[in-house]
Design a protein around this ligand. Structure first.
Ligand code: GDP
Length: 139
């Protein structure tokens, strides 16, 4: 049976600029259902753990300090084909290359100061959801 959930974050810059509302509106308008959601803030250690896969990249330090620089919104979303459809809705990692109408085109400032995160596989959606949410926090 296909896994129909993905994990997303509204990153500190978008939260700070008060874009959480319009971004969540785009997400629900695109047919995603909220299964879990919270406002939280990552410690530097949690940001390093979450992005451990990038620990050898030149942008790791900048990415993890940015991600722990302020509050974020974390959420689990449900929809058929959730991972691929959400990646399409957010657009390319580099906002300059993101398609018109995508969340990153509208709200990301740069590659480093990206507006949102979306899981890139079903496997990572599970791991990332478990990173943030207990069973009791899912509906
Ligand atoms: P995503 O799945 O599209 O978010 O992209 P990745 O998982 O590859 O990267 C995670 C985050 O690291 C991205 O959202 C970017 O903010 C940042 N990032 C990725 N690649 C680069 C890069 O080449 N330069 C910089 N400055 N940041 C990057």
């Amino acid at each position: 049976m296909p896994y129909n959930q993905t994990f997303m974050m509204i990153k500190p810059i978008a939260f700070r600029n008060n874009h959480a509302g319009p971004i969540l509106h785009m997400i629900t308008e695109a047919g995603f259902r909220l299964k879990a959601m919270k406002i939280t803030r990552l410690t530097a250690k949690q940001a390093c753990d979450f992005y451990a896969v990038h620990s050898d990249k030149y942008f790791y330090e900048e990415l993890t300090s940015f991600m722990s620089s302020g509050p974020i919104v974390a959420a689990i979303l449900e929809k058929e084909n959730a991972v691929a459809d959400f990646r399409k809705l957010i657009g390319a990692t580099d906002p300059a290359k993101a398609e018109e109408g995508t969340i990153r085109k509208l709200y990301a400032e740069s590659m480093s100061h990206n507006a949102v995160h979306g899981s890139d596989s079903d496997e990572n959606a599970l791991i990332e959801s478990d990173f943030f949410f207990s069973k009791m926090e899912r509906f």
